[in-house]
Design a protein around this ligand. Sequence first.
Ligand SMILES: *[C@@H]1O[C@H](CO)[C@@H](O)[C@H](O)[C@H]1NC(C)=O
Ligand SMILES: *[C@@H]1O[C@H](CO)[C@@H](O)[C@H](O)[C@H]1NC(C)=O
Length: 362
Amino acid sequence: MKSVGKRKTIIVLFLSTIALYECGRANIARPHLHVFSHRAANRGIPDKSSDPQHLADNPLCPASICFLSIGDFGVGTEAQAKVARQMGNYAEKYGAAFVLGLGDNFYGSGVRSTNDPQWESKFESVYTHNALRNIPWYMSIGDHDHLQSPLAQVEYTKDSSRWRMYDLYYSKHIYFTGKSSKGFSLQLVVTDSVGLEGDVATGPASRRWPEIIEHDPTANKAAGARQFAWLQDVLPKSTADWLIVAGHRPILTGGKRSRTDSEQAFMTRMKGICGQHNVSLYINGHDHTAQHLVDEAGVNYIVNGLGGYDVHGVHALPETRWNATDFHGFALHMLSHDRMEVKWVDSSGNVVGHINIPRRSH
Ligand SMILES: *[C@@H]1O[C@H](CO)[C@@H](O)[C@H](O)[C@H]1NC(C)=O
Ligand SMILES: *[C@@H]1O[C@H](CO)[C@@H](O)[C@H](O)[C@H]1NC(C)=O
């Protein structure tokens, strides 16, 4: 009798746990990100956004920290697979410490849940090299990713040994403490462009995919205002040597594609913020081009959206230092205390561009 009672209690507890869990899932579409983060933590999603990554000397890396960046990749085509193979080769050769993802992780409209088959077909079965499996991927959310469940991509962080999207926007500290050069710190401030746009949009009609974005609680006016407040808190407080802001949409670009009024308003506001806080580099995808630009305040911009989707045209702006398109590929970043060298690599493994970015004091 006793043990039956116990068993009943266990079954009831088990069922109520499932009910609570399902309830939590249903709630993820509700507007409060902070509430979500809190719930996420309760469901076991590790909130490691403030847990730094420590890096020591790496004889394979010609600088102190080598990492890769990629944008606009989740298509599930041979073009994506070819880029992925070269990323594997370069990650191995240079001892890449992490990958920085610049959004549009899943075309055409993001994922539905953490069980969506696209996790396998457009991510897990594509980036298979051990040198890519065993390092963290710090991910941003793109505009295509907003079209179903952006929060499922946050939630997947719990299921994966490498996918790291701690929230729709987050900050990550990385410290180099090797002996080969002076130690330094890097702070990655990863933003949600579509979310930020919510605060500057003049109305749903001025945004891309208005009929969907209108119902996205993570991209409305309140969510945008909260994220801008967070950004303007995080940036001035940063004591990192390198302050790098990442996001999906461009702030400065010569990419040839249409842009809504809300995207323009986002660009203007973000450019002011990056200049004001002496951001060293803003890096993004969205325009399927490769560009390096420097504005009048000295902020460097990298556009890197060539991870697999069809490419866009590009033209040089007065701020353009280098630009290219007509290839698929990724960027290799070699970071030292006082400069970053960046090489763009195409899907055959050739280096097609090479730039240098000095560190700014902030
Ligand atoms: C930018 O790209 C255009 C179009 O491919 C090219 O004509 C131009 O030379 C490039 N400019 C720079 C500075 O890379
Ligand atoms: C930005 O850099 C300039 C020039 O290096 C410096 O005068 C200014 O104090 C810096 N601003 C901040 C917010 O750190």
